[in-house]
Design a protein around this ligand. Sequence first.
Ligand SMILES: Cc1ncc(COP(=O)(O)O)c(C=O)c1O
Length: 357
Amino acid sequence: MGHLFIPGPVDVDPEIAAEQTRAMLPHRSAQFEEIFRRAGENAQKIFLTKYRVFISASSGTGFHEAAVRNLVEKDVLCCVNGAFAERWKQVAESNGKQADVLSADWKEPITPERVKDALSQKKYEAILVVHNETSTGLVNPVKQIAEVVRATSPDTLICVDAVSSLGGDKIEMDAWGLDMVLTSAQKALALPPGISLAAVSDRAMAKAETVANRGWYFDLVRMEKHRLKDSTPATPAIGLVYALDKQLERMLAEGLEARFARHAAMAELTQNWATSRGLELYAPEGYRSQTVTTIDNKLGIEVSKLNAFLSERGMRIANGYGQLKNITFRIGHMGELGLSDMEELLAAMDDYLTQNK
Ligand SMILES: Cc1ncc(COP(=O)(O)O)c(C=O)c1O
């Protein structure tokens, strides 16, 4: 297996990739329905929720759209301190919602205090927060944010983008009181891109029933009707559902706590490597991601040259994202990777830095 140390898409275990080549089944067959139901039930364990998990034939951005189309008639508060949060805000605006922004410097988390202030000034139907900002390698304190939302504005629905963290970091949907948590396949779930998952609470479903113009493809009420029959309104990504089913079984066999600890250890190793080489981490201490590390490119490393060097060794890292391109670079440590893979990468990076002093 080659090693992609980028924050998605990531390496897919060959056994999981092979699942996609199994014979197709009609999606309205008992055999497929059984697989679909099992995948949905096992997904609940990864989201740590008793609520339903939708499986969509789309990437995660589809559920960005579903959140604002289904859960917001008019007013939504968008917490923005990174590129993907900015995108979610644009999704809300382009769907005609009044998207107010609570912004923070990209090097700072969204704080519960600021959320409390914003909610004290205006009533919002929903708040959108990105848990793991893949652009900055910063984790927002979602648990604490959810606490103040519940205390300050109990009816406001809490929507969380866990695209690059679910499966690699512990997000306790029910214990934290979240209403919608969405993720993509090609990140810490280590699946090929093409499907996404979202867990949705009962009260969010009740709100959706009242919202007009939910659209068709991402209408959660329609999706729920079909899900209750272990099916989907339109054709599911059958091969990817096979792969998801198998991968969820593997993840549960590894053990969720073991999986989170593996990610934490990889993050620690990577972050210690960077600081011990005189590099600075983009995100502040206490808010650093377990799945991706964003490093200030103070040394002016030419990322394309570094990647050419790494690719001779079957490896690749990621440049900074969007406005952080070349100013930062990113090392992904999610999915199937382990400590020995990280050691191999960091040793190769040391070789490159020594040769290019
Ligand atoms: C935090 C975050 N949100 C949303 C997205 C968009 O997900 P997708 O490309 O699966 O639509 C990404 C993609 O990298 C992401 O990292």
